[in-house]
Design a protein around this ligand. Sequence first.
Ligand code: FUB
Length: 359
Amino acid sequence: MNLNLTLRLPSSIITLLIVGCSSKPTTDANTANSITAPAPISQPLVSHIYTADPSAHVFNNRVYIYPSHDIDAGIPQDDDGGHFGMLDYHVFSMDAIGGEVTDHGVALDIKDVPWAGRQMWAPDAAFANDTYYLYFPAKDKNDVFKIGVATSKNPEGPFAPEGNPIAGSYSIDPAVFKDEDGSYYMYFGGIWGGQLQRWDNNQYKANGQNRKPEEQAILPRIAKLNADMKSFAEPVKEIKLVDENGNLFTEAQNDKRFFEAAWVHKYNGKYYFSYSTGDTHFINYAIGDSPYGPFTYKGVVLHPVQGWTNHHSIVEISGKWYLFYHDVQLSGQTHLRNIKVTELQHNADGSIEAIFPYK
Ligand code: FUB
C-alpha cells in the first residue's frame, strides 16, 4: 500500500510519502525516492552498508550495536516483507556515543545456520555465563519464523549457532532484558509478515488470520530464559498491553496496539515496554510493575521515520539514555535502512519526552 502520511509538528507540517513496507502488506514498488526529505535530527551511524533494527548494549565499557543487515536481495516486494531478504549480521561498536563506529564484519551467516531458510530479521544480544548470546529470527525451511541463538566469547562474534531454533519460540524480533535479580526474559513477536497471528495458545495454525478491527489486538509474548540462555524456562505467555482503564486494545486502535519491535528497559524501578505500531509507524511505550506486565500505555517515544518500518532500542550509556533507531535517509528505499542514535529524556514524572526524528 502507498501511505500518504501527514505529520503535524508543533511548528510545522511535514508531509512524507512513505512507500512500501517490511513485514506487512504492500502493493507498490520499493522506491521511496519521492520522499520530501525533512532535515533529520541525527545522521546515519553507518553508511558503507545498510543497517536497521538496532539493538544496543554496553559490554566491557564499550557500546555494541546488533542490527539487521539490509541488502537488496532482488526479491520483489510482497505482502509478507519478502523483499527483506537479509542473509547475515554485522556487529558494530564504538567507545562512546559520537565516537568512531567499528564494523566487526560478518558475525553470523545464514549459510551456517542449519535450520534457517531465509530472512534474518531483527536480532538482539545478551551476556551471561562468560558468553555472548546472539538471538535472531529467521524463517525455517518450512517458511515459519522461529528464533535462534548463537554464542561467542566475544561481543562482536563471530557467533556459532545452535543446530535448532529455541524450542517453543516463534515469530520475530527477540529482545532480551536482564532484570536486577539476574533473570533474563525474552520479549518477541510481530504481526502480519512476522506471523504472530498464526500462533494461538502457542500452537501453530498455518491459516491464522490478522485480527478484524473490532477484535482484541494480538498481544506480544514473553518467556523467561533458563540459566543456559538457550532455552525457555516456562511456556510462552502473552503480555497484556492496556489503556489507562485497564482495557486491552482492539485491532482498530492501531496507533496504540502492538505490531512488532518489542523492547524493555527499567527506569526508577518501573518496567518500560516499548514497541512499534507498524502500520501507523509509531514507537510507543507502556509502563508496568513486573517484567510480565500488564503494561499501561503512556505515549509515543518516536514519531514516524522515513520508510515504512520503525524499530528501536533504549539504553543507558554513561548516565544518559539513548534511543537507537533507523530511517531510510541514505537510500530512500524502505528495505535499505540506516541506523541512528539520539538522546532520550525521561521526565520527572517518569514519562518519556516524545522524539520527532525530523526538525
Ligand atoms: O528488519 C526486518 C523487520 O522489519 C523487523 O524484524 C521488523 O521489526 C521491521 O523493522
